[in-house]
Design a protein around this ligand. Sequence first.
Ligand SMILES: [Zn+2]
Ligand SMILES: [Zn+2]
Length: 181
Amino acid sequence: MREARILPIKVSHDFLTNIVKLAHELPRIFHWLSFTVVEDEGFSIDFAYNHQRGQYNAEEILNELKRRKGFRVLGVTQVDLYVPSLNFVFGLAEYGGNAALISTNRLRPGFYGEPHDEKKFFERMIKEAVHELGHTFFLKHCPRSYCVMHFSNSIYETDAKKKEFCHVCKRELEEKIESIV
Ligand SMILES: [Zn+2]
Ligand SMILES: [Zn+2]
């Protein structure tokens, strides 16, 4: 069993319960990992803020996460993220690396003017976390729209996919983890 760490980044105190729930949920899919929530008040992302865009640069935050110890490190934030080539991203990860990052900002039904739905919100959060962690285990985007590794460009695509890997990605992942874990 290898240890993965979840680092809350710029989240409200109330939000931490969601992160704890996520830490309980993820080992159902990544059964060779244990997930621990590690709080670090000193981890600041101010340097990654882009005043013009009013968003945070996900690549710069990911670079900081890569430097942290841990077999896998998943940053979870409530702030909005972007990469220079896209308007926004739900998350980002280092392909085959140790670091992944997700933002829950655009996973909230409220972001789309819909009433809050805790179950829907949490399902989306799991999907994005599994997707980004999948990249750290060398998985690429999957053409199957129901697979968690399908690229989401919009929340509709996130909702359309499951939180599990399709049979092809699953097989690939199992081959990969045999050699890494
Ligand atoms: Zn992706
Ligand atoms: Zn797949």
